[in-house]
Design a protein around this ligand. Structure first.
Ligand code: ARG
Length: 466
């Protein structure tokens, strides 16, 4: 049991207590960030004359040596230490002797862990953003190839009006674009350095917090030392953004599962992204889509968990906050895994354009257009709506589509119908005449696609300064 704080104790910690309290099994995940933060801290201490140049050089050599040895597998991070901070400090002292004991000058594990978590989260925000961007590229390619692929659009899971595959996928493009904008907001809001807040009330050493912040690529230091060690808003915000990303993935997965069913057959998921059944030889199941849908609950769980953990905590640091880590790490890894797999599944999926188009021609998806046609012939919309309603009933009786009726039959329902009705309610007309901004008509869609292409080319990119 290696602890940093034995001085005022006369008894060994109970083994169960030690294990319950320890966090090394999971906080080793931000080992690299712990070293990075310690390096910046030491460089700042030396600049301020709190450490000599020699002391700084010795400590830096020790820290970089530990990092190298861990990275190259010569040094194991073991559970004999309470947490990753103790592991680094104990190893440093072992390597460089008493000078190593000066590393923690003007610092507490409270601001240290706040920094590590922030550095880790910041990196993951960028990583997740990159994955969402990859997905957007794939979606845009599908959109570009399918501005003329007609399919039914649904409301209430009932066929409503025809759209195109480009338009349907474009809806998800907008969702994932908003996700990226949320990540960007989070990045800029969280990019302030808590180091130097000490346990909660700053320190008496003349630290240069602006300098530490700039060394670590932050916009600046945080402005209240109690808030600095007590704040996990950025974790909550990130988990919330991840939850929304998962919700978007899950909705898309749900559609893919439906589209992939034998009843729809709109898509065929590639063999590489499907699985079979141990008993039913014919089965090819959309397990990946189902798992992504399922794992959404897990990410929501992490968000609700940390919100609940934080809601009763008085200022400043409380050990409850150690609970921010496992679930957050799990949620980040889950969302990253899902984003990558989803992108692959969609990239390799086969769209059955003929089936989609046939489906769009059934179910009276052109009924609104038929009503609009009558309006064009001078019939007030409300009357036109009633006439087409009766027409639809007539067709249901005969199990046919509006365009299957003869002009005589149509005229018997309303004399306003003329020969040009057939063209007016053809699938092509119904889609291609929808040209309002954001509508599925190919000419409208192509303008949006051009704008999205530009968005992907020139949007934000944060270069890590360290
Ligand atoms: N493992 C702790 C955590 O994750 C580090 C901070 C410990 N600070 C303390 N005062 N016990 O929150």
């Amino acid at each position: 049991m290696a602890q940093l704080w034995g001085g005022r104790f006369t008894k060994e910690t109970d083994r169960l207590v030690y294990n319950f309290n320890a966090s090394i099994s999971f906080d080793q995940k931000f080992f690299a960030q712990d070293i990075e933060g310690s390096i910046a801290h030491v460089v700042m201490l030396a600049k301020q004359g709190i450490l000599t140049k020699d002391e700084k050089d010795i400590i830096l050599k020790g820290l970089t040596g530990i990092r190298r040895d861990v990275d190259e597998g010569r040094l194991q991070i073991t559970e004999e230490y309470e947490d990753i901070h103790s592991f680094v400090e104990a190893n440093l002292i072992e390597r460089v002797g008493d000078v190593g004991k000066k590393l923690h000058t003007g610092r507490s594990r409270n601001d240290q862990v706040a920094l590590d978590m922030r550095l880790y989260t910041r990196l993951e925000v960028l990583y997740v953003d990159g994955l969402v961007k990859e997905l957007l590229r794939t979606l845009l390619r599908i959109m570009e190839e399918n501005t003329g692929t007609y399919m039914p659009g649904f409301t209430h899971m009932q066929k409503a009006q025809p759209v195109t595959l480009a338009h349907h996928v474009g809806a998800y493009f907008e969702m994932f674009k908003r996700d990226r904008s949320r990540l960007k907001d989070i990045y800029f809001r969280m990019n302030y350095c808590p180091l130097g807040a000490g346990a909660l009330a700053g320190t008496t050493y003349p630290l240069d917090r602006n300098y530490t912040a700039s060394l670590l690529g932050f916009e600046g230091p945080t402005l209240n030392s109690m808030d600095s060690v007590a704040d996990r808003d950025y974790v909550i915000e990130f988990l919330s953004a991840l939850s929304v990303i998962m919700m978007h993935l899950s909705r898309f997965c749900e559609e893919i599962i439906i589209w992939n069913s034998d009843e729809y057959r709109f898509v065929e998921i590639d063999d590489a992204y499907s699985t079979g059944s141990s008993i039913m030889p014919q089965k090819k199941n959309p397990d990946i889509a189902e798992l992504i849908r399922g794992k959404t609950g897990r990410v929501y769980g992490a968000l609700v968990s940390i919100l609940t953990t934080m809601k009763g905590l008085p200022l400043a640091y409380n050990k409850d906050m150690q609970e921010d880590k496992e679930l957050t790490f799990d949620a980040i890894d889950t969302a990253k895994g899902c984003l990558g797999l989803f992108e692959g599944m969609v990239r390799t999926m086969r769209f059955r354009k003929d089936v989609m188009e046939k489906s769009a021609m059934r179910g009276f998806t052109n009924a609104t257009d038929a009503a609009d046609y009558l309006v064009g012939k001078g019939v007030p919309f409300r009357d036109a709506h009633g006439i087409i309603g009766r027409l639809v009933l007539y067709c249901i009786d005969r199990q046919c589509a509006i365009e299957d009726l003869t002009l005589e039959e149509l005229k018997s329902i309303s004399p306003a119908f003329e020969e040009d009705i057939y063209d007016a309610v053809s699938l092509k007309t119904c889609v291609e005449k929808r040209l309002t901004l954001g509508a599925p008509g190919a000419e409208a869609m192509k303008k949006i696609i051009a704008a999205e292409r530009e968005y992907l080319e020139k949007d934000w990119q944060i270069e890590r300064s360290i």
